[in-house]
Design a protein. Structure first.
Length: 147
């Protein structure tokens, strides 16, 4: 009666032993150098909402789908800025209809909020978006639809 291991080819035994030693090396002897990964510069949060009216207390009639018949005169982009936000540099709202640039305007600041608008004359049905940028850094994108 022959042993089951005697039927193995010497090359297969060699590969199995090499694999075993590799696993043992990785588990027991191999140590990695702990390279600390520097955290990226924290960008304070910005969130943008679309609305039909802006009052002293903030945006009114928030939505992501607007019907041209319900729009009185303008659609507003209202961006909320975190408390650590640098308002010394201009924040821009860039309005797009599909992939076509409609306008790019600096926001009007009110405490930690930023507002811009587009008139009903500039609106056309379709997919729209507003990019909020500061120093050519994209901070937030808000997409909405006009029907």
């Amino acid at each position: 009666m022959s042993l089951p291991l005697s039927r193995l080819r010497p090359g297969a035994v060699f590969v199995a032993l090499l694999f075993f030693f590799f696993i043992a090396y990785r588990l027991l002897l191999f140590s990695t150098r702990a390279d600390p990964i520097p955290p990226e510069a924290a960008i304070p949060g910005v969130s943008t909402e679309m609305c039909l009216l802006v009052s002293e207390s903030g945006p009114v009639n928030l939505d992501t789908i607007f019907h041209i018949g319900s729009i009185k005169s303008r659609i507003y982009a209202y961006s909320f800025l975190d408390s650590g936000f640098n308002i010394l540099d201009a924040v821009w709202h860039t309005w797009y209809s599909g992939s076509e640039l409609v306008k790019s305007v600096p926001c009007s600041f009110d405490n930690l909020s930023c507002v811009s608008s587009v008139s009903i004359d500039s609106l056309s049905p379709g997919d729209w978006s507003v990019d909020t940028k500061q120093n050519d850094i994209l901070l937030h994108v808000k997409q909405f639809r006009v029907e």
